[in-house]
Design a protein around this ligand. Sequence first.
Ligand code: ADP
Length: 378
Amino acid sequence: MPILVFNCGSSSIKYTLYEKTSGEVIHRGVEQRVTDYNGSLEKIFSDLDTLLTGGFSSIEAVGHRVVHGGRRFRHPHLIDSHVMKGIRSYAELAPLHNPPNIRGIEFAGHRLPGARQVAVFDTSFHSGIPPEAHNYALPVEMAKEYRIRRYGFHGISHQYVHGRAAGFCDVNGNDELKVITCHLGNGCSIAAVRGGLCIDTSMGFTPLEGLVMGTRCGDLDPAIIHYLMSPAGGGLTDDQVHDLLNCESGLKGLSGLSSDVRDLLAARSQGHEGAALALSVFTYRLKKYIGAYHGILGGADALVFTAGIGENSPEIRSETLSSLQPLGFIIDEGLNEAVSGGEAEITGEGGKVRIFVIPTDEDFMIYQEVLKILELQT
Ligand code: ADP
């Protein structure tokens, strides 16, 4: 019986259909640039109806990627009215992300009233981050009242690639394995993981904090926001600042050219200064975090590159680790260049930290979590 995995984003809906017992992918689909959300969901279900011999009603369970699970959802959950209430309450903290997730859950619930639905949260992997890393230095009562803390995102991806790296290091029994995972896609984040537990990550209260991203600025002096909103700084409105920091900054803003690393690498080789600047700020920030996480972990056994940039760009991997040799991060440039789509180890001679490229597979991770919940139910 098939299991459907849904990833309902603000402008796209991705889905994967798995055969329950073998884990084989029956079908993958995506609806891009979604404007009529229910219309797109209707289309997906109609496609699934044609595709499956037993029609879409043969789907046994649906797993949903839910971006924000707050402090409450530390693990995947079978969705019931209480869980829905919780997901709705976190929509205030993730106004762009949780509402489309909710629509996907509601739609699947109507169409498949007999199927079990499971929520897998992007924040769960980070929910055990200790107080020194999850607290901002704000008045503590205020932070508590408004639920301000580091939540972290991309948790499903970090957890998946960490699990793969732990498997390669063959130390599943070693509860002290120290791994740094770098998820570098349109959104970018890095996590420090000790003994399978995430102890820090670069995204914070929202996905805006941390690394330089395609169009998001990442770390910023908060006073810049006040300045931009003052007459001297251009008098931007609240919405304009939001748009600037989320959609016009990062690689796109720095380069004045593109948010796509492929474009920037090509432009840099033609002498484009903006592209060169954007890439150097990107790798510099990432380097800084890797150094910091190496410090808080007390060393590292492995480092993983994943997502669009991490999986596909030997230049970015090499430039990022270029000054970190003294800490034991040594790349074999031949192996680095030879990576072609699959999992690979690219550690160079004398390296103390094993370096991996591991394609992320959030949908497969969600499928596995759904299976675990179904097993608990029987
Ligand atoms: P999302 O966060 O939307 O899932 P992806 O993980 O697909 O994004 O990553 C998208 C980014 O990956 C693109 O913006 C592009 O910069 C980068 N990318 C994809 N292929 C390559 C490549 N061959 N070389 C360098 N960067 C690449």
